[in-house]
Design a protein around this ligand. Structure first.
Ligand code: SIN
Length: 440
């Protein structure tokens, strides 16, 4: 089968972005805004991404933080959750530059929930020392952010500034340039045809790989494509053994699955524990204090491991525990759950559980890959012309365990930095050697 060229010969300053989660959408907009020609390829529809399903939010210390909160505290929490394996400089960049990209999002039509005083409403999540999680639509942050960015991308497309190609399954990266060692484009399947697109650089923003596991919170598109593409052109990869399990994925009762024909995973956001929900076993025992002094607000890897250990101790290693959110409704008043978590209230009800009065069966599920394609702090991989940002990349910022709500932030900050590298000509990149150089 022949490979057709999608657009004519080489153009100067053309960025090919692969993936339409937060890193892909935001980078495409920034590059197009700066005058670059942008082609955005995505495997499904624009909304098919992990970003779309993110509930909790985006962590950021803004100009008016919660009392006592600081960027230094956000950095310290990130390093602590990362279990001594973070690239400290990457964590400093992430937390320090968060406010820049939250402002950048506003420019592209993204707005967050406000409190009664009209300031950003700040949520608390596990392993954060202060409330600093921005959210949208209560518990529909990813959907809100993605919808706004997609709308702006489509506006840019209508204005001829971005070319979007949906249902484009990238099968390989093209190498060329002097010595043939530079990535100069991407090849993809679209409508049964093999097509190719040239670019001065290709930015991988393909997200994660939860579908490699039997139980995952990730949508069906999360199949490690980006890592495979990069690996096949010789890019360095690292920390692949660090895969985070989210502690509270709802275990749908069989009847609910059969009734709806619905096997979509239902993540119960960390923010629910941030509001006070507790974990109990089948006997009603609240077990997390037996495992960690921070109980349900311990880092995510600790909570997931504790659930697994506890179930093993009970002799039911493949079983589940329960999230008790009724205590929130009791302490915060009737109607609080529906207001703060409208999507989860609806989805748990659809799955047959009224979480204002009943326990939600939950178990850990594969959620986020800390490892990935090695990049420096400007998204540059070890292969010239190939950039990567977001979950597919590994700057080392997330260490061995990502802090809650640092993932959308990672896509923003390092997506923007990758565009900055592209705009100054990433061919001058030193090239990423590995994320371990400045490990904490
Ligand atoms: C959640 O809302 O618990 C997921 C957000 C995240 O992965 O940080």
């Amino acid at each position: 089968m022949t490979t057709e060229s999608l657009t004519g010969g080489a153009a100067s300053q053309r960025l090919v972005v692969v993936g339409s989660g937060i890193a892909g959408l935001y980078s495409a907009l920034l590059a197009a805004d700066a005058g670059a020609e942008v082609v955005l390829l995505t495997k499904g529809a624009l909304a098919d991404s992990n970003t779309y399903y993110a509930q909790g939010g985006i962590s950021a210390v803004l100009d008016e933080p919660a009392p006592g909160d600081t960027v230094a505290a956000h950095i310290a929490d990130t390093l602590k959750a990362g279990a001594g394996h973070c690239n400290e400089e990457a964590a400093r960049v992430l937390c320090t530059e968060a406010r820049l990209d939250i402002a950048g999002l506003a420019r592209f039509g993204v707005h967050f929930d406000l409190d009664d005083d009209g300031d950003p409403a700040l949520g608390l999540e596990a392993a954060h020392s202060a409330p600093r999680i921005l959210h949208a639509g209560g518990d529909a942050t990813g959907a809100g952010v993605a919808a706004a960015l997609i709308k702006t991308v489509l506006d840019f497309q209508a204005a001829g500034k971005i070319q979007v190609i949906g249902h484009a399954h990238v099968t390989s990266l093209s190498l060329g340039g002097p010595g043939g060692g530079r990535v100069v484009g991407a090849n993809f399947l679209h409508d049964g045809r093999h097509l190719g697109v040239h670019g001065d650089s290709v930015l991988l923003a393909t997200g994660g790989a939860g579908q490699l596991f039997a139980q995952t919170t990730n949508p069906s598109v999360a199949t490690a494509d980006g890592l495979a593409l990069a690996w096949r052109v010789g890019a360095a990869v690292a920390d692949l053994e660090f895969f985070q399990f989210h502690p509270t994925c709802m275990v749908l009762p069989t009847e609910a699955r059969e009734a709806e024909g619905n096997n979509d995973p239902l993540l119960i956001s960390e923010a629910v524990r941030g509001e006070g929900a507790i974990l109990v076993d089948a006997t009603g025992h609240r077990f997390m204090p037996d495992y960690h002094p921070d109980a349900e607000l311990a880092p995510r890897d600790v909570v997931s491991r504790s659930i697994a250990l506890h179930l093993t101790k009970l002799g039911d290693p493949n079983g589940h525990v329960f999230l008790d959110a009724t205590v929130i409704e009791e302490s915060r008043g009737k109607g609080f759950l529906a207001k703060r978590f409208p999507t989860l209230s609806k989805r748990t009800r659809q799955a047959g559980v009224d979480w204002t009065t009943e326990l939600v069966p939950v178990a850990p599920a594969a959620h986020y890959w800390m490892g990935g394609v090695v990049t420096d702090l400007y998204g540059r991989t070890s292969v010239p012309g190939l950039l990567a940002a977001g979950e597919v990349a590994c700057t080392g910022v997330q260490g061995a365990n990502r802090l809650a709500s640092n993932s959308l932030l990672e896509g923003l900050v390092f997506g923007r930095r990758a565009v900055e590298a592209f705009l100054v000509g990433d061919r001058d990149a030193a090239g990423a050697k590995g994320p371990a150089a400045s490990r904490s």
